[in-house]
Ligand binder design. Structure first.
Ligand code: PLP
Length: 411
């Protein structure tokens, strides 16, 4: 008799977005004339940049000819893509990497989940609360937790609350943890970490021989020059951190699929007998066995992000989203609503008016303003009383949504 992985049965709610989809669909059915504005799911809406499309087409044309056909590529990605990433994305930050430390993938959702393969189950993990749900749920699925309590905290996982009270910058764990997930710019709070804050995490990790899993999916939205884009800008980080990056929000690849993971060669963890093992070697082994690489045209398209033309074009698109974020932030503030983020990030994290519960605010916003957002409590118990709006919509809709906010709560 086959048995299921019962860890899956511990997962409390379904994934947040299907529930939002269900409520929106129900509302739209009952109110067919409502002009709904969707500022909920963090998916991009602007088309791929022309330079990227051109390279994508060229990649496909190469596959049409015998002399330039490509079959299976390297599991780690083509070296020409790793080299351009090192040159254009890391060197300008003062970070030196080798191509063997760059692993091209089909996105950072998979990588942040798959990385668990190379760590023992008895590691104690720390997760921010609220958080991108994938970190929590994949640890539950793999069996690193007990059951969830009534608040939604799983036994065995160490949660780091991030609220307005601590400026969304969690205190270092009071107990010793082995693996720490950090995400900056943060989803969902839209906040960033300073050099000093990241240095404190790196110092903690080195002192405790812990590993930081640093998710930099939104680094391209950083505009303040003093905010680090990479954990490796912090001295010592190569000894304690793995970094994940994605072309999804940087270049509109949510439907194309490409990301990367950096595993420095000097990074190691221990066997139960105390032998130090290189994580780069384990991740390489994992990828070679379980992954067959990203398609050639997609990697050609990804490389075009770093061409002069491509970079200009993606910067314009990110600026467009950041302008939306600014308008939302300013519009909410003018309506008397307290909000955070939205400066170096496409996400605005607001405090629900009069402290109403996140899902109640979701229903109210949907019913009274016809605007769809994301309830903060869906990202963890400390998200209760907060709400996330995303700046990935189009400008006209953002302006309409702000007007509805002001008419409703207005000043
Ligand atoms: N990490 C964070 C924090 C995200 O918000 C997302 C997507 O929303 C991802 C990773 C997933 O990125 P990808 O599309 O590369 O899988």
């Amino acid at each position: 008799m086959a048995h299921v992985n019962e860890n899956y049965l511990k997962l409390k709610a379904g994934y947040l977005f299907p529930e939002i989809g269900r409520r929106v669909q129900e509302f739209a059915k009952a109110n067919p004339d409502a002009n709904l504005i969707r500022l909920g799911i963090g998916d991009v809406t602007r088309p791929l940049a022309p330079a990227i499309i051109k390279a994508f087409h060229e990649g496909i044309d190469d596959l049409a000819k015998e002399e330039s056909f490509h079959g299976y590529g390297p599991e780690q990605g083509y070296q020409w893509l790793s080299e351009v990433i090192i040159d254009k994305a890391y060197k300008p930050l003062g970070v030196e990497l080798k191509p063997s430390e760059v692993f091209i993938s089909d996105g950072s959702k998979c990588d942040t989940a798959n990385i668990l393969d190379i760590f023992a189950l008895d590691n104690k993990i720390a997760i921010c609360d609220p958080v991108y749900p994938v970190y929590n749920d994949t640890n539950v699925m793999i069996g690193r937790s007990g059951e969830a309590d009534s608040r939604g905290y799983y036994a065995g996982i160490s949660y780091l609350p991030c609220t307005a009270e601590n400026d969304f910058s969690p205190a270092l764990p009071s107990e010793k943890v082995d693996i720490i997930y950090l995400c900056y710019p943060n989803n969902p709070t839209g906040t960033v970490a300073t050099r000093e804050q990241l240095q404190a995490w790196v110092d903690y990790a080195i002192a405790n021989e812990s590993i930081i899993l640093f998710d930099a999916a939104y680094e391209a939205f950083i505009r303040q020059p003093d905010i680090p884009h990479s954990i490796y800008e912090i001295p010592g980080a190569k000894k304690c951190a793995i970094e994940f990056r994605s072309f999804s929000k940087t270049a509109g690849f949510t439907g194309v699929r490409c990301g990367l993971t950096i595993v420095p060669e000097e990074l190691g963890s221990y066997t139960s007998k105390g032998e130090k093992i290189t994580l780069n070697q384990l991740w390489n082994r994992r990828q070679c066995t379980k992954f067959n690489g990203v398609s050639y045209p997609v990697q050609k398209a990804a490389a075009a992000v770093y061409s002069d033309e491509g970079w200009l074009q993606i910067t314009e698109t990110i600026d467009y989203y950041l302008n939306n974020a600014r308008l939302i932030r300013e519009g909410l503030t003018a309506a008397g609503i307290t909000c955070f983020g939205g400066v170096n990030s496409p996400y605005i994290w607001l405090k629900t008016p009069a402290g109403i519960a996140s899902w109640d605010f979701f229903d109210k916003l949907l019913a009274e303003c016809h605007v769809v957002g994301t309830p903060g409590s869906g990202f963890g118990p400390s998200g209760e009383g907060y709400f996330r709006l995303s700046a990935f919509g189009d400008l006209e809709n953002v302006q309409k949504a702000i007007k509805r906010f002001r008419d409703k709560w207005g000043r």
